[in-house]
Design a protein around this ligand. Structure first.
Ligand SMILES: [Fe+2]
Length: 306
């Protein structure tokens, strides 16, 4: 079976001409199944309609899993569970795509399951990106006037290696660079509201994925998992020396999903995106493929599964 997959198209940040070229290449790839693994746009429904229509000529199953940008809400009071379970499902189904979370597919003897995945900061980088670096964790808050950043006076300029999961839960960080104060913000903190902590969200989404696996496992010889976020540390790359890059590693994924997939011998292929570095690796009998086309670094991935 041939599968053509891409993640991180990011329309309209990615020019419409490149999006059309990517879609045409995927439609003409000769693949039997087409997969989009998240972050195709952000917020506005008209962009989803325009992007997904580019895949209208593909005749086989077209599978969709959302990414974090797809979950972003333009509202000041985001309802992310509703956007994840209802709004996005209706948008993509109207364009002929199957929304995999909660709706696994058995295509002949091959199954497909999917989840956005999420992060619980377990992939955070413990070693400082620069020796002796001190940082101030902040909480990003959305207000009528725009984003505001609130710090805990007891957590000012702490050594990097003393950052805790509670510090990462604020989704922002500041540090001194010569005479300036620099800041990095993980924007999900402003545009996503699951109603739970990120760690609780990981647990819930992992349980939902386990239920989807149970629903198809007996009917197929093997199955393919599609996530947006990274489920294995092996996909993280080398520790970063850039402060922003080191900070965002905490938001790249969660090993809880990888542990679930590794428990299942029928899981043979794992597709993901989010980190804009396309790569194909293996863990045991599983093939892991980051199919990101983000930042124009790579094209869609065409995989043949024996
Ligand atoms: Fe992403």
């Amino acid at each position: 079976m041939r599968i053509c997959a891409a993640a991180d198209i990011h329309y309209p940040r990615t020019h419409a001409t490149r999006c059309a070229g990517l879609a045409r290449a995927m439609c003409e790839s000769g693949a039997e199944v087409l997969v989009l693994a998240g972050d195709i746009s952000a917020g506005e429904e008209k962009h989803y309609r325009k992007l997904l229509r580019l895949f209208g000529d593909f005749e086989g199953p077209k599978l969709f899993v959302p990414g974090n940008h797809d979950l972003w809400s333009l509202s000041r009071h985001p309802n992310t569970p509703h956007r994840y379970h209802d709004t996005l499902r209706h948008i993509v189904e109207r364009q002929g795509f199957r929304y995999l979370p909660g709706d696994p597919l058995a295509h002949g003897r091959v199954g497909f399951v999917g989840t956005v995945g999420w992060y619980d900061y377990a992939f955070r980088q413990p070693q400082p990106p620069q020796p002796g670096l001190r940082v101030t964790p902040l909480r990003a808050v959305r207000t009528r006037q725009g984003p505001e950043f609130v710090g805990d006076p007891a957590r000012r300029e702490v050594p990097w290696e003393e950052l805790t999961p509670a510090d990462y839960a604020g989704h922002a960080l500041a540090w001194r660079a010569e005479d300036a104060i620099k800041r990095v913000v993980w924007n999900d903190g402003l545009h996503v509201r699951w109603g739970d902590t990120d760690a609780e969200t990981v647990e819930r989404l992992r349980d939902e994925l386990a239920a989807d696996i149970a629903a198809i496992e007996e009917r197929v010889d093997y199955w393919v998992a599609v996530l947006h976020f990274l489920p294995f540390a092996k996909l993280l790359g080398e520790p970063a020396q850039d402060i922003e890059a080191a900070y965002v590693r905490a938001f790249l994924g969660a090993p809880a999903f990888g542990r679930l997939l590794a428990e299942h011998p029928k899981c043979r292929l794992v597709l993901c995106g989010h980190r804009h570095e396309a790569q194909v690796l293996s863990v045991g009998d599983m093939v892991l493929a980051n199919c990101s086309v983000g930042d124009g670094k790579a094209g869609p991935l065409l995989l043949t599964v024996e």
